[in-house]
Ligand binder design. Structure first.
Ligand code: WTA
Length: 654
C-alpha cells in the first residue's frame, strides 16, 4: 500500500493475523490512549496492578513540570520488591519454565537454560554474598560484567536487598569505570576475570584493578569466573564469587522498598560535561518496563524473546532483564557480536532457539545488510513474528532489508524511540494497531504526550506537517527522577530550555497523519552505532593529552555507524602533526573513555573557527566534516575567517 500524501513511500497496514493476535488493535489503541491522557490517575491505577505490591499504592500521579517546582512521583505510597516481581511471583506457575537462555560468544560452547526456580536460587545466593560483603539497602553496587547470566543475577540481587546498581558497559576503560565507582560512592564492584566477545577477551578484572587504584580503599571487588584466565588477587579486597556461591544460602528475603526508592543509576552522555547518573525508581519504572515490553513486542506466553543489546545500556535493563522477567517471559542473553564467527550468527541463534521477537539496532542491521542476503536466507527464521529497532533513526533501506529479508514481509517492525532517561518506549508503532512507515517512530505509547516546539520561540506547534524539537508535556511512570547527586543538573538539562516541558534533546518531524519521525539530536550529543557520546567528553579526553592545545569534536554521517566521531585538533606550538601522533591520540581516547569513543577522523587544525567572544562555531565544523562546504552560512562574525579556508583545504580525506 502506498501513502496517499507521499506515493513514493510504501506503507504497511497490519496484517489480519497480526491484528487477531495483538493485545491492542487500532480501536483499542485510540480508546486506551484517550483514557491515558484524559485521566492518567485512573489509567495508571489500573495498570499499576500489573506488578505485585507489598503495600498497595493509594496515590498514583504526583507530578509538576512547572518552572521552579519540578516534581515527579508515581505510586508514591506503595511498597514492593522488584526482584520478587521478576522471580518469586512466577514460581507457582512457571518454576520450570526457562527464564533466561544464555548464548555464549563461542557457538561451540553450549547454551544454558536457566529456569525461574534456578534463577530464584542464584539471585538469592548472590544477594546473600552481597550482604556478607556489607551491602545494605540504599548502598550502591557497580556491575562491570560481560553479557553472562551473572549480570542479571547481580542486578536482581541488588534489587532483592534494596541496593542500587550502576552498570558500567564492559567496553569502558578503567578511568571511566573509576569515575562511575566514585560518582555514586559504590561499596562493591562486581566483575569477571575476562569478557569474551567476538573471539577476543577483554581483561575486565585487570581493568577493575586499575580503576580501583583511583577509588577508596574500602571498595570491595566480587569476581565471577568466566574464562578461568589469570588475574591478580588482593586478599581482603577481592572476593571469589564461584567459591562463595557454593556456601551461600539459597534463600534471601526480598526487602520492602518504596515505589520511589532508586532501583538503579545508569550513566549517560549529555551535551555538556561528564556523563550524568540517570536515576530510575522501583515502582513506576517496573510498571512501565513491563507494560511496554508486553504491548510493543506483542509478547505472549510461550514466546522466546531476544533483545541483542548489552545490559550496560538502558535497553538491556528494561528489555532484557526487568520488562521481560516481570512478565514471566523467556529472555535470551547473547554474549557475542553479530559478525562472529560470521555474519550469520544472529540468524543462527534465532533458528537455534526459535526466537519469536527480535530487537536490535539499525547499526547492526546496516552492517549485516552489507554482507549479503545468504547469511540470512540459509537460516530457518520461520519462528520470527516481530522485529524491533532501537537506538537511532533507521534509514528506509535498512528498514526494507530488515522487513523483506529477515522478516520475509510477515513480521511487523516496531521502531521504538526512547532514551536512558525515559525508562521505556515513548514513541513506537504498535504491531496490531498502526500502519507502519519505514523510518517513522509513529505514535506515542499510552500516557505519553509528545509536542513539537519551535526551537526559537519555544512555542508549541499544533498543526501538521511540521518539524521542531521534541518535548513531552507530561510525565509517564518510567521517567527518570533525578541525576544522582545533582538534582540541579536534572532540572537544568531537561526542564530549563523549554519551560513546562521535558526536553528530549531530539528533533522530530510530524507528518500530515500526525505520525512522528525522529530526525536526530539537536544538541552536542552524537549517536555512534546507537551509543550516545558527548562531544564534550571526547574533547576533554583529547585536551588532557600533553601535545594537544585545543580540540573540537563533531559528528558526521557514517554509513554503518550512523554517525562517526570527527575531531579537529590544534597542537601545542612545539608539536608537529605525524602519523604516529595520530595513532597515539586515537589510542589515548580509547584508554581515557573506551573503544566506543575511538575517533574516526582526526583533522589537524592550526586554528578553530571562533566568534570574537571566543565561542567555537560548531555549525561550521559540522558542515566541513560533512563535506558540505556550500552551506557554511555567515562566517563574517568569525574572529579570523581565514581558518575556515584552511580547514576546508585540509579536510581529512576519509
Ligand atoms: C536516539 C537508547 C531514532 C535518540 C534507548 C535518543 C532513536 C537517543 C531511536 C537515546 C529511534 C533512540 N529512532 N532515534 N527509534 N531510539 N534514538 O539514551 O537520539 O542510549 O535521544 O537510549 O538515541 O539514546 P539512549
Amino acid at each position: 500500500m502506498t501513502n496517499p500524501a507521499h506515493p513514493e513511500i510504501r506503507v504497511y497496514p497490519p496484517a489480519a493475523d497480526v491484528i487477531a493476535r495483538a493485545h491492542v488493535d487500532a480501536a483499542t489503541y485510540d480508546e486506551m490512549y484517550a483514557a491515558s491522557v484524559n485521566d492518567p490517575d485512573a489509567f495508571w491505577a489500573e495498570h499499576g496492578k500489573r506488578i505485585d505490591w507489598i503495600k498497595p499504592f493509594t496515590e498514583v500521579k504526583n507530578v509538576s513540570f512547572a518552572p521552579g517546582n519540578i516534581h515527579i512521583e508515581w505510586f508514591g505510597d506503595g511498597t514492593l520488591n522488584v526482584s520478587a516481581n521478576c522471580i518469586d511471583r512466577h514460581l507457582d506457575t512457571r518454576a520450570d519454565q526457562t527464564a533466561i537462555i544464555f548464548e555464549p560468544d563461542d557457538p561451540q560452547e553450549p547454551a544454558e537454560y536457566i529456569t525461574y526456580a534456578q534463577l530464584h536460587r542464584r539471585v538469592c545466593r548472590m544477594a546473600n554474598i552481597l550482604e556478607t560483603m556489607g551491602v545494605r539497602k540504599g548502598d550502591r553496587v557497580v556491575i562491570y560484567l560481560p553479557m553472562i547470566p551473572e549480570a542479571a543475577y547481580a542486578m536482581l540481587a541488588c534489587a532483592r536487598i534494596g541496593a542500587i546498581h550502576s552498570i558500567v558497559f564492559a567496553g569502558f576503560s578503567p578511568d571511566a569505570l573509576a569515575a562511575r565507582i566514585n560518582g555514586c560512592d559504590a561499596k562493591v564492584v562486581i566483575t569477571a576475570d575476562h569478557a569474551p566477545r567476538g573471539g577476543r577477551k577483554t581483561p575486565l578484572k585487570s581493568n577493575a584493578d586499575a580503576a580501583l587504584l583511583h577509588c577508596k580503599d574500602s571498595v570491595k571487588c566480587l569476581v565471577v569466573k568466566r574464562t578461568g584466565g589469570q588475574t591478580t588477587w588482593i586478599d581482603g579486597r577481592d572476593y571469589d564469587y564461584n567459591e562463595m556461591v557454593l556456601e551461600a544460602n539459597d534463600y534471601a528475603r526480598p526487602v520492602e522498598v518504596n515505589a520511589e526508592d532508586p532501583l538503579f543509576i545508569l550513566y549517560t552522555s549529555g551535551s555538556t560535561g561528564q556523563p550524568k547518573g540517570v536515576v530510575h525508581t522501583s515502582g513506576g519504572y517496573l510498571v512501565y518496563a513491563a507494560m511496554t515490553h508486553e504491548i510493543t513486542f506483542d509478547y505472549h506466553e510461550g514466546d522466546v524473546y531476544w533483545c541483542t543489546a548489552d545490559v550496560g545500556w538502558v535497553t538491556g535493563h528494561s528489555y532484557i532483564v526487568y520488562g521481560p522477567l516481570a512478565n514471566g517471559a523467556t529472555t535470551l542473553m547473547f554474549e557475542g557480536v553479530p559478525t562472529y564467527p560470521d555474519a550469520s550468527r544472529f540468524w543462527e541463534v534465532c533458528e537455534k532457539h526459535k526466537v519469536t521477537q527480535f530487537y536490535t539496532a539499525p547499526t547492526a542491521i546496516r552492517a549485516l545488510m552489507g554482507q549479503g542476503d545468504e547469511f540470512v536466507t540459509k537460516c530457518d527464521l520461520s519462528s520470527l513474528r516481530l522485529l524491533g529497532s532501537v537506538g537511532e533513526p533507521i534509514n528506509p533501506e535498512a528498514w526494507n532489508w530488515y522487513n523483506d529479508v529477515v522478516g520475509k514481509g510477515k513480521c511487523p517492525i516496531v521502531d521504538t524511540w526512547w532514551q536512558t532517561e525515559t525508562g521505556g518506549h515513548l514513541l513506537t508503532p504498535l504491531p496490531g494497531a498502526h500502519t507502519l512507515k519505514p523510518g517513522a517512530a509513529m505514535k506515542p505509547f499510552f500516557g505519553v504526550q509528545p509536542v513539537v516546539l519551535d526551537p526559537q520561540s519555544g512555542e508549541e506547534i499544533h498543526e501538521s506537517p511540521t518539524e521542531g524539537v521534541l518535548c513531552l508535556r507530561d510525565s509517564w511512570p518510567g521517567q527518570m527522577r533525578t541525576v544522582w547527586g545533582d538534582h540541579e543538573r536534572f532540572e537544568k538539562t531537561y526542564f530549563a530550555d523549554y519551560k513546562g516541558y521535558y526536553f528530549s534533546g531530539d528533533g522530530c518531524r510530524r507528518d500530515e497523519d500526525g505520525d512522528y519521525w525522529i530526525t536526530g539530536r539537536v544538541d552536542d550529543v552524537i549517536n555512534v552505532s546507537g551509543h550516545r557520546m558527548g562531544t564534550a567528553e571526547v574533547e576533554s579526553a583529547l585536551v588532557a593529552h600533553a601535545a594537544v592545545a585545543e580540540a573540537a569534536v563533531v559528528g558526521y554521517p557514517h554509513e554503518i555507524k550512523g554517525q562517526g566521531i570527527y575531531c579537529y585538533v590544534t597542537l601545542m606550538n612545539d608539536q608537529e602533526p605525524s602519523e604516529a601522533l595520530y595513532k597515539e591520540l586515537r589510542n589515548w581516547v580509547r584508554t581515557e573513555i573506551g573503544p566506543i569513543a575511538s575517533p574516526d577522523v582526526i583533522q589537524w587544525a592550526p586554528g578553530l573557527p571562533k566568534t570574537r567572544s571566543g565561542k567555537i562555531m560548531r555549525r561550521i565544523l559540522r558542515k566541513i566534516a560533512e563535506n558540505d562546504f556550500g552551506a557554511l552560512g555567515d562566517t563574517s562574525t568569525l574572529a579570523d575567517p581565514s581558518v575556515v579556508d584552511d580547514l576546508i583545504a585540509n579536510r581529512a580525506n576519509k
